[in-house]
Ligand binder design. Structure first.
Ligand code: PEP
Ligand code: MG
Length: 537
């Protein structure tokens, strides 16, 4: 039986299914006469929960790092939240009921309140509040920590998994997480990704599959329960190959991106959203070289607010813990259409109203994004780059808008850091004036996907032309060299963030050309590192 879900981390897992049991925490409403005794039971449970969370923080700190462990500190703080505490005590005293009931009721009320909020981040906090109240109820009911019953590693199926549940599981016994609920942005998904385990959400599995053999295919987002022998053989072969490669590449984590003759290059990763950050960490990239910020605009039916954007950028900046994160400003139009922008139909959308052209034409959209990025700059090491540049004039206009935004933040008393500003070099015009552009910015990042399209006059979306869409074309390679030289003359660092950056047949060429940085998809980081380390005399 094959069931489709949504993958939050790729990979293959084969094993027996265990359905996660949260233990019996059924809460019954009981009338009590001694409400003071119930209040002290609650206070004691709160104390125990706080100690458990402190221990979980220490465990997570070792396993998944400080930034990802921080959720348990947040839970500790939420546990002490005066509104939450007062609400629990209020229910005990006003209704003369048991502490378990008051906690469960308050947890449900608060979770409902968060879930109804008009903000993805706050909605995701509903799961945290449920997690806290479940923990308290568990302590009050005397139910201990949950574990895996099987002696063998399993594919763990659950309705949903709270972060505290995933982290306290013995990881060596989990082959994959598969849940009915949960979101790609939840901490659970992020933790699962950080743990480097294939994980699926939105899987409507049958309840009677405990103990059955299953295959989780995180590439396709499917679970196959009771697979036929032919499928098992096929996937076992894929798993063995992938594991061999993974093991070899894992040995490169923590190693430098340095050639045999001592030349170093920065190796960053490209992301499309907050949920990709875990893969960046799991693959040990030293930074994020391209954050395609348009995902924030694509997934909704209205403009994302400054606050929504701020929270997304802040979360990435904080999770990367001081490593460089380059946010590319909105790059919509052409193949990335968003209804509410009302861009209208164009004969040549790839050469049309898109990216920086829209931002300069509709500065209110641009300013909202820049304000959000600058606000988030305070929380990490952010840089900004601008797509589809064709002239110095555009860069001057951008810089003046940036100054306006910074001034408005100063006036509002909002702290921010100075950030590096760069441009994407993805039009032949930008290449040809890269000497002039270099005087205006701190860095260049070459978008070889579009640069190839515009240089060779080949629509990158047209499958009929795939065989002649050639990023190795000498015209492109000469352009790359020209951009590096012009950038370096003015003290700009120069990188590649298009797909070509991950082409290991050119890694040596890029290093010889003098590139300072390559930004590739997270899953390619260790492969490219491997190539770099084998390059040079
Ligand atoms: C590029 O054009 O190479 C690039 C990195 O940007 P995108 O693929 O998002 O257009
Ligand atoms: Mg591009």
């Amino acid at each position: 039986m094959e069931i489709k879900g949504k993958s939050v981390f790729n990979g293959i897992a084969i094993g027996k299914i265990e359905i996660y049991s949260k233990g019996d925490k059924t809460v019954v409403r009981k009338s009590v006469s001694d409400t003071a005794a119930e209040v002290s039971r609650f206070e004691k449970a709160k104390q125990d929960a706080s100690e458990q969370l402190a221990a979980l923080y220490e465990k997570a700190l070792k396993e998944v790092g400080e930034v990802n462990a921080a959720i348990f500190e947040v839970h500790q703080m939420m546990l002490e939240d005066p509104d939450f505490v007062e609400a629990v005590i209020g229910i005990i005293e006003n209704q003369s009921v048991n502490a378990e009931y008051a906690v469960a009721q308050t947890g449900d009320n608060f979770a409902e309140m968060f879930a109804a909020m008009d903000d993805d981040y706050m909605r995701a906090r509903a799961a945290d509040i449920k997690d806290i109240s479940d923990r308290l109820v568990g302590i009050l009911c005397g139910v201990g920590a949950d574990g895996i019953r099987s002696e063998e590693p399993v594919i763990l199926l659950a309705d949903d998994l709270a972060p505290s549940e995933t982290v306290q599981l013995d990881k060596s016994k989990v082959l994959s997480f598969v849940t009915k609920h949960g979101s790609a942005n939840s901490h659970t998904a992020i933790l699962a990704r950080t743990m480097n385990i294939p994980a699926l959400i939105s899987v409507d599995y049958p309840e009677d599959c405990e103990g059955k053999t299953a295959i989780v295919d995180g590439f396709e987002g499917i679970i196959i329960i009771d697979p036929p022998v032919s499928e098992l053989e096929k996937y076992t072969e894929r798993l063995n190959k992938a594991q061999e490669e993974k093991m070899l590449l894992q040995q490169l984590k923590g190693k430098e991106n340095v050639t045999l003759d001592g030349r170093k290059i920065n190796l960053y990763a490209n992301i499309g959203g907050v949920s990709d950050v875990a893969a960046v960490l799991a693959n040990d990239a030293s930074g994020i070289g391209l954050f395609r910020s348009e995902f924030l605009y694509l997934g909704t039916d209205d403009y994302p607010t400054e606050e929504q954007q701020f929270l997304a950028y802040k979360s990435v900046a904080e999770t990367m813990a001081g490593k460089k994160v380059i946010i590319r400003t909105l790059d919509i139009g052409a193949d990335k259409q968003v209804d509410y922008f009302n861009l209208g139909k164009e004969d040549n959308p790839a050469m049309g109203y898109r990216a920086i052209r829209i931002c300069l034409d509709r500065p209110e959209i641009f300013k909202t994004q820049l304000r959000a990025i600058y606000r988030a700059s305070y929380y990490g090491n952010l840089s900004i780059m601008f797509p589809m540049i064709i002239s110095v004039d555009e860069v001057k206009k951008i810089k003046s808008i940036v100054e306006e935004v910074k001034e408005s933040l100063r006036q509002d008393g909002i702290p921010f850091k100075e950030v590096e500003l760069g441009v994407m070099i993805e039009t032949p015009a930008a290449v040809m004036i890269s000497d002039l552009l270099a005087k205006e910015v701190d860095f260049f990042s070459i978008g070889t996907n579009d640069l190839t399209q515009y240089t060779l006059a080949i629509d990158r979306q047209n499958a009929k032309l795939d065989n002649i869409y050639d990023s190795h074309h000498p015209a492109i390679l000469r352009m790359l060299q020209m951009v590096v030289d012009n950038g370096h003359k003015e003290g700009c660092w120069v990188g590649i963030c298009g797909e070509l950056g991950a082409d290991t047949s050119l890694t040596e060429t890029f290093i010889n050309m003098g590139f300072d940085e390559l930004s590739v998809s997270p899953s390619m980081v260790l492969r490219v590192r491997d190539k770099i380390r084998k390059t040079g005399a």
